[in-house]
Design a protein around this ligand. Structure first.
Ligand code: UD1
Ligand code: CA
Length: 500
């Protein structure tokens, strides 16, 4: 139910310079979705009367994500006055003057925060009746964060927050940091924001300075330390991004393990937030389950497999495979060393085997492409077998063409199907066939030239070579064998009896 007394402000206007990236910091991914999307999802669950996101740097790219996830949210553009304080000041202008509830401010770069912690903050703020309540954490390495300065150790209230860059040596020794998540009463916040100045190391309006202003006005600011410090990890650079990603991945994997999924090696297995996995699935080491991949009961995936937005049927096995936007049927087998490009659909109990690449290929129930092949822009019926080393030649240099293979077809090794071409139900093709014409159902396609053997060619052109010596030895032996057929019975001939 909507909390009519709550407004949420999400700060997403910063440049994120420490990422050193063309991509805005908040659009870097964590568990398969942008950093800011985690924050937006949490805000959405809190269901506030107003949700306001502040943007500036790369605003269009951020606004796309924000409006997609929070269609009812408000977007505010920050002007060129820098700082979190300025961002909140401008967001407040978007809040109707009649609103007299509480304002929850969240940094957009704190994606690990969960709804439970935030609801706890809202409840604590309303219970204590302090003018502001903020989340803190105790960190082993607090560097970079703002530090919580308390009047005295036994005093529960905060005096001020000092940013790392403005802090003295002794202040920097304080392990309690400001998490960047605050509850404020709307009236006081509105009054104090215009008093912020740019007089600090970064020349920015710090939201954190509101704490000192409140205290000077005689108000209480209380602090709620979080249960575990990783909850409030802020992401400023790529090292922090990978730390947060590892932590989130560990939580996601644990969740699936408790839901009945076997994960052999959590350290080398990565599962995106949107993936969905049924019980009794086994994930082997080095496996990445990305995007909205869905894996059904009993499937075994890995080792060393990446699935992006794929669907894997019950009981299928997918080994050392890279697949994207593909469907693998129940009981089917894929890999090792297979590459499934978008729109590959493998039917139930089918096989895409070793060193096989597929693209836009629908392979019917029980059909097999076992070895060393490329299947592109093709449809294969049910129960067919494609010989080893077969190429579906789909591209004539200008356009891509389709190959149609029927059901119960057996094609020979090393075929080329020159698209567009159709091979009828129950047809065969000989090894080495280049299929340029349609093959009617039930026929055998052969187009290879008769083989000619130029006898003595090696002796004439490679005289004295190892090949020549081997050939001569074999020919001599064959001649001797022919002379003395009574030396050996047919059963004793061959390797057992070299005939020397
Ligand atoms: C901020 C806090 C710091 C706290 C830390 C927690 C301030 C001054 N400092 O520092 O006390 O320990 O978060 O993670 O608030 N942003 C804007 N507009 C701006 C600048 C930033 O919207 O002009 C947004 C950013 O996009 C980001 C968030 O505010 O999502 C925090 O900004 P950032 O520069 O990362 O602040 P920190 O230095 O981490
Ligand atoms: Ca930050």
């Amino acid at each position: 139910m909507t909390d009519s007394r709550l407004a949420i402000i999400i700060l997403a206007a910063g440049q994120g310079t420490r990422m050193k990236s063309e991509t805005p910091k908040l659009l870097h991914h964590l568990a398969g979705i942008p950093i800011v999307s985690h924050v937006l999802a949490t805000a959405r669950e809190l269901d506030a009367a107003y949700t306001i996101a502040v943007v500036r740097h790369e605003r269009d790219r951020l606004v796309d994500v924000i409006t997609d996830q929070l269609p009812d949210g408000l977007v505010v553009d920050q002007d060129d006055v820098p700082g979190t304080g300025r961002a909140v000041e401008q967001a407040m202008d978007a809040l109707p003057l009649g609103f007299d509830g509480d304002v929850l401010v969240m940094n957009g770069d704190t994606p690990m925060l969960d709804v439970q912690t935030l609801s706890g903050l809202v409840a604590e703020h309303r219970r204590s009746k302090a003018s502001a309540t903020l989340l803190s954490a105790y960190l082993d390495d607090p560097s970079g964060y703002g530090r919580i300065i308390r009047h005295s150790v036994d005093e529960p209230s905060v005096d001020r927050i000092v940013e790392h860059r403005d802090a003295t040596e002794s202040e920097r020794a304080i392990a309690e940091i400001n998490a960047g998540v605050y509850m404020f009463g709307v009236a006081e916040l509105r009054d104090l924001l215009p008093q912020l100045t740019l007089h600090n190391a970064q020349g920015e309006k710090y939201l954190t300075d509101v704490v000192e202003l409140l205290r000077r006005a005689g108000s209480e600011v209380s602090v709620l330390p979080v249960a575990e410090s990783w909850l409030v990890a802020g992401i400023n650079d790529r090292a922090q991004l990978s730390e947060a990603a590892a932590k989130m991945n560990a939580l996601i994997i644990r969740g699936w393990q408790l839901a009945g999924v076997t994960v052999h090696d959590p350290a080398t297995t990565w599962i995106d937030l949107k993936a969905s996995i049924e019980p009794d699935v086994t994930l082997l080491p080095g496996t990445q389950i990305r995007g909205a991949t869905v894996i059904a009961r009993g499937a075994v995936v890995g080792p060393d497999t990446t699935l992006v937005d794929c669907e894997v049927g019950a009981g299928a096995t997918v080994k050392r495979t890279d697949a994207e936007l593909s469907v693998i049927g129940a009981g089917a087998s894929v890999g090792p060393f297979a590459y499934l490009r978008p729109n590959t659909v493998l039917g139930a109990n089918g096989k895409i085997g070793t060193f096989v690449e597929t693209k836009n290929a629908q392979i019917g129930e029980g059909s097999k492409v076992p070895h060393l092949s490329y299947v592109g822009d093709a449809h294969i019926g049910a129960g067919s077998n494609i010989g080893a080393a077969t190429i579906f030649a789909n591209y004539n240099g200008v356009v891509k063409n389709h190959t149609e293979v029927g059901s119960e077809v057996r094609t020979g090794s090393h075929n080329v199907f020159v698209a567009p071409v159709t091979i009828g139900d129950g047809a065969y093709s000989a090894a080495g066939t280049v299929v340029r014409k349609n093959v009617p159902p039930g026929s055998l396609a052969v187009n290879i030239a008769p083989q000619r053997n130029l006898e003595g060619w090696v002796a004439a052109h490679r005289e004295g070579s190892a090949a020549d010596r081997a050939a001569k030895a074999a020919l001599t032996k064959a001649a001797l064998d022919e002379q003395g057929p009574d030396n050996s019975t047919p059963a004793a001939s061959g390797a057992e009896n070299p005939g020397e």
